[in-house]
Design a protein around this ligand. Sequence first.
Ligand code: ATP
Ligand code: MG
Ligand code: MG
Ligand code: MG
Length: 339
Amino acid sequence: MKKRILLLAGGQSGEHEVSLMSARSVLAALPRDQFDVTPVVISKQGRWLPPTDTARALESGVSVQGGDLVLHRAASAEGYDAVFPLLHGPMGEDGTIQGLLTLAGIPFVGSAVLGSAVSMDKVMTKQVLASAGVPQVAWALALRHEWRNTPDLVRVRAANLGFPLFVKPANLGSSVGISKVNSAADLNAALDLAFGLDRRVILEAMTSFKPREVEVGILGNDTPIASPVGELQFDADFYDYDTKYTEGRATMHIPAPLPEVVAQRVRDIALTAFRALDCAGLARIDFFYVQETGELLLNEVNTMPGFTTTSMYPKLFEAAGISYSELVTRLVGLALEKR
Ligand code: ATP
Ligand code: MG
Ligand code: MG
Ligand code: MG
């Protein structure tokens, strides 16, 4: 019997379009002799689009209006063996949709509520990983109400970290809302931007030198494996949205040209982090390697990483001998596996 798969794409976050790109690739790659796949695009307004509008959104790659309320449609998700929630950012990668599917009793690809929610929030991630002994940059949390009512307190917290520093919405991805702040004078604009997107903002010390950026993929549930390590090289101040998604702006090197001991440390720390955060299925874990000092710092964990055929996560496993379509097949298998 073919497995019936509901593929969810789009979603309400700033990464809606990125998700549509990923979903097109997954839709094409799930082997049709094993799976019956129904895609449903979730609009930016959070409504589940009917088949014709879903097809239109996937084809054009842009958001479409209309659709049904999420709770109304979730009940009809019952006819599926598994859901592939290929959604990035809030209302998708953060435990919300995972909670809905858990209540509905439908298995799904990726981390459950706990792993998704904690990994989405960069502050919670840093706290959990600090207690697991994972090396990270210095950081501080700021809340929107603090920025509104006691902005000087927030400025002091930033100044204590030193400049340049990074200001990020705690729950987002694709570098949306992230600024590198070179001096106190630039702080207001960066905080206004980040607080426009999240009520929780993380301030992060910059690594001591411009870091090398290395990433590793994790695959599995309770006995996960790590991929080879990849490195991103780009000609920009940092890895911002345009550099990520403009063709030709960044180059992926797999395997990363790193000493084997460093690559092995990346894999070991990533597996520790995956377990500490109770992740499942998949994650792409991003690191900074400061070549000048030899420091290796975990930057963040993505529980539903970019998933086009040219994205880092599937490329890393391709280098390990797991093809794209084998990878998505395995992920569905992991969703159906009882833990
Ligand atoms: P993703 O698309 O991978 O989910 P994201 O939006 O969650 O990304 P981060 O990975 O946290 O964002 O940061 C984006 C980029 O900003 C990094 O790849 C790096 O180039 C730069 N950056 C972020 N934090 C720091 C830091 N503390 N020191 C140096 N560079 C940083
Ligand atoms: Mg991220
Ligand atoms: Mg992300
Ligand atoms: Mg990242």
